[in-house]
Write a protein that binds this ligand. Structure first.
Ligand code: PFF
Length: 443
């Protein structure tokens, strides 16, 4: 079967960066940072990115490019008959689970984009009530979730170069421009310097074991590693694409976007004097107050600023959801020899059904629980605490210990191969192993 390919190196890096940059950077990072002490969290996060998550990314690139196959098929090519293939299946399962709950939050974002642009969001007076009424409604979030999945479906079904690469090349630069405009705006708000100080002055008294754990979990989620997503993308890289510099590029873009999201949100939050520590509601409840407070006297600015912010969040979510969809689509397309649109349709339908269950767990199915959790929290728990760290551990261990050393070195083609081998074989597996076990023990 003819395989798709990214037509250019820059397309490959932008698509991978598109996978990495998402709700994790703009919604989850500021929320984690706000609840875990600001600058100290950022420092620990950076260590986790460069010592734990980046090695997994490079290992995924090595697996994908050398096998030229999907998340499961790659182990069948590189280690036939060995049990590593389980890690591929875990990745496909994680792809379904994450995409289902991720699309729910992306659907909220789509709704907020419409409501901002039409002006109805800003006419609200109680955003907390507005948000909880919205997410617990049985219909509205489901409609927006379906629309979002349909958008994702259309890009993936169109193919690797004409769909994923082309749209990443358009959306990623747009996203970067919007971030710069918004951060510029925020930093000039009165008293914004307080927010900048919060982001730049570390308070190590806030650092506990849980903060370290959250930072590691955030690094994995944000860089999309541990599920075979980036291995799938790397199977479309051409031979000229250098794996280590590409991984460094993706990690740098992802980290800059996360920190810039902090520079959009915290100066604005401090400027209007609301709490930085408001958890998941930061983007959907606190920020609308910030927009209202900051620009209330000039409604055009209010609509423009909030509209632009939610468009940014939407674009970021879309380039990530495309990559999660691609893990399973590529697997089904190549294993069962179905056409790409048919494979994509199967994935979309399954995720829609699971996504509806996640969405309803905020309302009518609030009391339907498995292991004490509603579907949304359950899927998040299984993937973030179990499948992603275990997947990352297996991926590094495979490349560090079992994969043919000459093949790894040829793929890496780098002066830093020995250093990378130490990271794959020792540093990353031990570090990730500790998070994994601690995460399980602490529930
Ligand atoms: N990295 C994405 C984000 O930060 O929003 C989320 C994600 C995408 C996780 C793809 C996992 C994945 F395979």
């Amino acid at each position: 079967m003819e395989r798709g390919n990214f037509g250019s190196k820059i397309g490959a890096v932008l698509a991978s960066a598109g996978s990495a940059v998402g709700l994790g950077n703009i919604w989850r990072f500021p929320m984690e940072c706000g609840s875990n002490g600001g600058a100290a969290f950022i420092l620990i996060y950076l260590l986790c990115v460069f010592f734990l998550a980046m090695p997994v990314m490079v290992a995924e690139f090595v697996i994908g490019r050398s096998s030229r196959s999907n998340a499961v098929g790659s182990y069948r090519v590189l280690a036939p008959g060995k049990p590593w293939v389980v890690s591929g299946f875990m990745g496909v399962l994680a792809g379904f689970l994450v995409l289902s709950y991720y699309s729910v939050v992306a659907g909220w974002t789509l709704d907020y984009t419409f409501e901002s642009l039409t002006g109805s969001l800003m006419s609200e007076s109680d955003f907390g009530r507005f948000f909880s009424d919205f997410v617990s409604n049985p219909w509205r979030p489901v409609i927006f979730l379906s629309l979002f999945l349909l958008l994702t479906h259309c890009v993936v079904a169109t193919g690797v170069e004409k769909g994923i690469e082309r749209y990443s090349k358009i959306m990623m630069p747009m996203l970067l421009v919007i971030i710069l405009i918004l951060a510029g705006f925020s930093m000039f708000m009165p008293n914004a310097i307080e927010g900048v100080r919060f982001l730049l002055t570390p308070d190590f008294s806030k650092v506990t074991k849980d903060v370290v754990l959250s930072a590691m979990g955030q690094a994995f989620f944000s860089l999309s590693v541990g599920m075979g997503t980036l291995a799938t993308y790397a199977s479309y890289f051409n031979k000229e694409t250098k794996l280590l510099p590409s991984a460094i590029g993706v990690c740098t873009i992802d980290t800059l976007v996360a920190i810039s999201a902090g520079f959009i949100i915290f100066p604005a939050v401090f400027s209007v004097g609301v709490s930085a520590d408001s958890g998941p509601g930061l983007v959907f409840i606190t920020l609308p107050y910030v927009f209202q407070e900051a620009f209330g006297s000039v409604p055009v600015f209010e609509y423009a600023f909030s509209g632009l912010f939610y468009i940014l969040l939407l674009l970021a979510a879309l380039t990530s959801s495309i990559s999660m969809h691609e893990i399973s689509t590529a697997y089904i397309h190549e294993t069962f020899k179905l056409s790409r649109p048919k494979a994509a349709t199967i994935v979309t339908v399954i995720c829609l059904v699971m996504g509806v269950a996640c969405s309803l767990s905020f309302g009518v199915w609030k009391d339907v629980t498995v292991m004490g959790r509603g579907f949304f929290d359950l899927f998040d728990f299984i993937t973030a605490k179990f499948l992603m760290p275990l997947g990352g551990l297996l991926i590094c261990t495979f490349v560090g210990w079992d994969m043919n050393k000459k093949l790894v070195a040829a793929e890496l083609d780098s002066r830093f191969t020995s250093l990378l081998m130490i990271l794959f074989s020792w540093v990353a597996p031990i570090g990730i192993g500790i998070i994994f076990v601690y995460g399980l023990i602490s529930g």
